[in-house]
Design a protein around this ligand. Structure first.
Ligand code: MF3
Ligand code: CO
Ligand code: CO
Length: 268
């Protein structure tokens, strides 16, 4: 027997024509990330990256989803080193050794493409490089298990077990999310969990997977600006995000890089 409660609302099952819309939104988002990762280097400010995003959106009939979202003012989130997520672009130049997550959401014809990647700014420490690699592997291991009949707990478990096998930790305070014609929809996509638990996946579900992985402990605090989330122990944190669909046979990634710039080291 199953019941539908406030805690488990219906998850929209999208139609083939909706996939066409999401491919367009996802590809434009990924194209923009290709540009942003190439522009990211020592001396560049995150405000400059934000301006590139605003101009790209304007020139491509897209809307940056985060401007005006719950009072957020920027087109990007730029989360550097121990910033877990929701770092705000500013005029401070990036310095060699930084690791930065660039997270962008574009609305194209009413549909949301949401993706983020890490960039290593110049040469970075071996531990930073390793965290970035493991985090990318966590995202892809989570995606690999997505198919009809699998459960969201399988996704969380795949991510958590890989992170913890590498002595890293999974942030619990933020999760992935359903999306489509809305930005943050059901279901919540946890990046930890147990096989067989949680929502069962069905063809036509659209959601993000966006694990935040820390070198130290998983605990997070939000700074007094109300947005910037940092690791409590100030350890490094990394994140990658894709927007994906459940298909009849498995999954489709909407936000794959057109230029193959999936993860560092990027070959331009
Ligand atoms: N792009 C983020 C996500 O992955 C959301 C950022 S909301 C903001 O869901 F307001 F902080 F920009
Ligand atoms: Co997201
Ligand atoms: Co995002």
């Amino acid at each position: 027997m199953s019941t539908r409660t406030e805690a488990q609302p219906r998850i929209r099952l999208h139609k083939p024509e909706d996939f066409v819309k999401m491919r367009k939104a996802g590809q434009l988002t990924a194209q923009l990330l290709d540009i942003l990762v190439e522009e990211t280097r020592p001396g560049v400010t995150t405000a400059t990256l934000d301006r590139i995003c605003v101009e790209f959106a304007r020139d491509n009939n897209a809307i940056p989803a985060t401007i005006g979202y719950r009072g957020y003012k920027y087109a990007l989130c730029t989360s550097i080193n121990h910033v877990v997520c929701h770092g705000m672009p500013n005029d401070k130049p990036l310095v060699e050794g930084d690791i930065i997550n660039i997270d962008v959401t574009l609305i194209v014809d009413g549909w949301y493409g949401d993706s983020s990647r890490m960039v290593n700014v110049g040469r970075v420490s071996r531990s930073a490089e390793r965290l970035v690699e493991i985090t990318y592997e966590c995202l892809m291991r989570g995606i690999e298990v997505v198919k009809p009949g699998a459960h969201l707990g399988d996704v969380g478990h795949a991510i958590q077990s890989h992170a913890e096998a590498n002595r890293c930790s999974v942030v619990r305070d933020f999760c992935g999310h359903g999306l489509g014609e809305v930005f943050h929809d059901h279901p919540n996509v946890l990046h930890y969990g147990r096989p067989g638990e949680g929502v069962m996946l069905k063809p036509g579900m659209f959601f993000t997977i966006e694990p935040m992985i820390n070198l130290g402990k998983p605990h997070v605090k939000v700074l007094s600006d109300g947005w910037t989330a940092v690791t409590r122990d100030r350890s490094l944190s990394a994140q990658f995000e894709h927007t994906i669909a459940v298909t009849d046979t498995g999954h489709e990634i909407f936000t794959l890089s057109p230029r193959g710039l999936h993860c560092p080291p990027y070959q331009f």
